[in-house]
Design a protein around this ligand. Structure first.
Ligand code: ADP
Length: 496
């Protein structure tokens, strides 16, 4: 009997392979960094061949290091950086250029024009997205306009476009497929009709024939070429990274929320089979669609500067030597003593949406110490997350029982306790914060019958729960202070 599932986790900074056993436990991880290319201001690119080669070599290394026979692997799941996309030659399997990464801003002007155009309403209502260079459509359009040789390939029926999941599926199995969680990030997929949308394709001037077929997130995506590791293992699950993390956090019911504290924060709320139209500027996306079932939707919001504010304490202000030091210093004082740090370094996102805002530090007195500043910076991650969460609750009218957390900064106990206090909601941190890789492994294992959703929930016993302890009075006071600080940062830059 095969004993393992392998999750391939292709992220922005690295490719990783994760071995998961039939108990849903991580057994081994291998990882290789990938090169970031910044050829011009605002451009961010990846070498698609490097993505493929690092992904495969971590897979081979994983088996070697644990002496696992390929026949012991029952299935593969793929989770990936979202929105990043490329074109390739269907015949040769060679990329036609570098992949344009989600962070790339080269199509920002085009997107601004689109926002002002008559198409704006249609795009937003059919895709659930806010028009932005972040999503794949304008990037694919750019690639079609700037890559030599695409017309000939298109005419011959040999041109493929896709996001990173699609690229990896193609290289592994020869199939040109994707899943709804990734398709819903392209701005070409209609999340109401669950298909590529002809009108959207026309707006972006993208031919349907170059796009992958959209399969269920737990479909059989094909068997991997035996030349890769000597065994035709099936690819059984595909999810974009944030949706995979929602699944890995076992947020299966409507109203359940996960927040990932990385460089930024990514918050997703499962809204069930109904799509919520946000009035707060959040996006609606497909969380997953299981075979034969209705798609499950999510509301998504993000905080631009979260762990990055801790990096600023380290690299910019040189107040700490490394990120975990932030907890040590913050613990030296009982509270931030009226100090607020608003890390609006690149403007403010939901619910303020002010690109002219800039950061500020407020409430300084002669008694203010370094520790207050550090504590206030940590607290800013919690305040910003609370701002986004308030939008989600308002938009969805769903009640919140707890939030589940992961990501690098979620190991910070002081921050997690403050998050629970300021939200007046339980904060639950699972034993493993590798929820992205686990999510896609859990999905593959569901299909294989390794476990059920219920048994996964039952076995997630080693969670740490932070219970809210702050009085209502204090919470109200602190939130009021935060709102005041934010209001001082708004509209800071001069503009027309
Ligand atoms: P990403 O996936 O965005 O690279 P990670 O999930 O690896 O992010 O988390 C890294 C971020 O978490 C960094 O911004 C770092 O400053 C922050 N971080 C890591 N450990 C801690 C900690 N103990 N306390 C606060 N922030 C932390």
């Amino acid at each position: 009997m095969p004993k393992y599932i392998i999750a391939l986790d292709q992220g922005t900074s690295s490719s990783r392979s994760i071995l998961v056993d039939t108990q849903g436990q991580i057994v081994h991880i291998t990882q290789k960094e990938i090169t970031q290319f910044y050829p011009e201001s605002g451009y961010v690119e990846h070498d698609a061949t490097e993505i493929w080669e690092t992904q495969i070599s971590t897979l081979q290394q994983l088996l070697l290091e644990r002496s696992i026979k390929p026949s012991d692997v029952a299935g593969i799941g793929i989770t990936n950086q979202r929105e990043t996309c490329l074109l390739w030659n269907k015949k040769t399997g060679e990329p036609l250029s570098r992949a344009i990464v989600w962070q790339d801003r080269r199509t920002a002007d085009f997107c601004d024009q689109l926002t002002q155009s008559a198409h704006q309403k249609y795009i937003q209502s059919q895709t659930g997205l806010v028009i932005d260079a972040y999503f794949s459509a304008s990037k694919i359009k750019w690639l079609l306009e700037h890559t030599p040789g695409v017309d000939e390939l298109l005419e011959a029926g040999n041109l493929c476009a896709g996001t990173i999941d699609s690229w990896l599926i193609y290289k592994l199995t020869g199939n040109h497929f994707t899943d709804p969680s990734n398709a819903s990030r392209t701005m070409l997929y209609n999340i109401n009709t669950h298909a590529w949308d002809q009108q959207l394709l026309e707006i972006f001037n993208i031919p349907l024939s170059i796009l992958p077929e959209v399969k269920a997130s737990n479909a059989n995506f094909g068997h991997i070429n035996t030349a890769i590791i000597g065994s035709p293992i099936p690819v059984l699950a595909v999810l974009g990274d944030q949706q995979a993390s929602l699944f890995g956090q076992l947020c299966f019911t409507s109203g359940s929320v996960k927040n990932t504290y990385g460089t930024g924060c990514f918050m997703l709320m499962n809204t069930g089979t109904s799509r919520i139209k946000s009035v707060s500027g959040l996006i609606s996306t497909i969380a997953w669609q299981l075979d034969g079932e209705q798609p499950v939707y999510a509301l998504e919001g993000s905080v631009f500067i979260a762990g990055a504010a801790i990096q600023w304490l380290r690299d910019g202000l040189k107040l700490i030597d490394d990120s975990p030091d932030s907890e040590f210093y913050a613990m030296k004082v009982e509270e931030s003593s009226g100090v607020y740090v608003v890390p609006a370094f690149t403007g403010l996102g939901a619910p303020y949406w002010d690109m002219y805002a800039r950061g500020g530090i407020f409430g300084l007195e002669r008694s203010t110490e370094k520790s207050h500043l550090i504590r206030a910076t940590l607290e800013s991650l919690a305040y910003q997350s609370a701002d986004v969460l308030r939008c989600m609750i308002k938009d969805s009218a769903l009640q919140l029982d707890s939030i589940r957390v992961d990501g690098g900064a979620s190991v910070n106990n002081l921050l997690m306790q403050f998050q629970a206090d300021i939200l007046n909601t339980k904060v639950v941190r699972p034993q493993y914060t590798e929820s992205t890789a686990l999510g896609v492994a859990f999905l593959a294992g569901l299909t294989l019958g390794f476990w059920s959703k219920e048994s996964l929930i039952a076995s997630s016993a080693n969670d740490t729960t932070f219970e809210p302890q702050m009085s209502k009075n204090e919470r109200t006071q602190r939130l009021h202070g935060w709102q005041k600080a934010v209001s001082r940062c708004k509209d800071w830059l001069d503009h027309d």
